[in-house]
Design a protein around this ligand. Structure first.
Ligand code: IPE
Ligand code: IPE
Ligand code: MG
Length: 253
């Protein structure tokens, strides 16, 4: 079965045929790693890798729309990334604005909804304003949910949840006995987002780097050596293909 999806263009008639892929993961999360090494390999400053990484984001968002993925979570900046030199941090945190300036119209016409997880308040004003604008502009879209993990750290998220739970117990809004994993999930930044079905980490490292520790409990993992700026649609489709072969048992048989 094939269908037509209008692509990231406002031009009419420009449609691309895609085969419907069976067993597509509902929620794909990506640790976009390897920007710095991509640049260093070319004798460029690390920030050149981050800039190139923005084009890769656009490519993979397009591929996710085409493949009919429902939620795409992108690890964009971690709570540990504040350890980097200030000049690199400043550069990275200007990229959401740049990305949205170029790609927001295309995202809107493709019915993409933008969301963020993480400690949003601690971001610079210019980052917050650009992202909030995009969130507001796309809030009634019901296509791909593009979820940026921005100043995100899983341990911070869990501690934040525990504090809120204690607060709600104190205020009698929650009873200790009713707390189960479903309810606990509601207190995380991801609230009612389903857990990722597939996690992809690019750049060759095989670790989670404080990413979605709770939500990845039963997620399928796919590690790629490709550095994020080089990661393309075909690499993404390979990961979806790999996912298709997995047998998810959730502890059963
Ligand atoms: C990932 O690329 C981007 C962020 C962490 C913001 P890196 O900057 O970590 O690139 P490498 O891992 O040093 O190559
Ligand atoms: C993880 O990459 C964070 C993001 C991709 C945003 P890092 O490059 O920060 O991870 P480590 O330091 O190698 O574990
Ligand atoms: Mg890295």
């Amino acid at each position: 079965m094939s269908r037509k999806i209008p692509f990231f263009t406002t031009k009419k008639n420009k449609e691309i045929d895609v085969e419907r892929v069976d067993n597509v993961p509902n929620h794909v999360a990506i640790i976009m790693d390897g920007n710095g090494r991509w640049a260093q390999k070319r004798g460029l400053p690390r920030i050149a890798g981050h800039k190139e990484g923005v084009s890769a984001v656009n490519k993979i968002v397009k591929a996710a729309v085409k493949a009919d993925v429902k939620i795409l979570t992108l690890y964009t900046f971690s709570t540990e990334n504040w350890k980097r030199p200030k000049s690199e941090i400043d550069f990275i945190l200007r990229l959401p604005k740049e990305f949205l300036h170029i790609y927001l119209p295309g995202l809107i016409s493709n019915n993409v909804r933008i969301n963020t997880i993480g400690d949003f308040d601690a971001l610079p004003d210019h980052t917050k304003e650009a992202v909030q604008y995009a969130v507001d502009k796309t809030k009634s879209n019901d296509g791909l949910l593009l979820n940026f993990a921005l100043n995100y750290g899983s341990r911070l998220e869990i501690i934040h949840a525990v504090k809120k739970i204690i607060h709600d117990i104190d205020e009698s809004k929650l009873s200790i006995d009713s707390l189960d994993d479903k309810q606990f999930s509601q207190y995380l930044f991801t609230t009612d987002l389903s857990d990722p079905d597939l996690l992809i980490r690019t750049g060759g490292e095989k670790r989670l780097s404080n990413f979605m520790l709770w939500q990845l409990a039963y997620t399928e993992f796919c590690f790629s050596d490709v550095l994020w700026p080089d990661f393309n649609e075909s690499n993404f489709l390979n990961a979806l293909e790999d996912y298709k072969q997995r047998k998810r048992r959730y502890g059963g048989i």
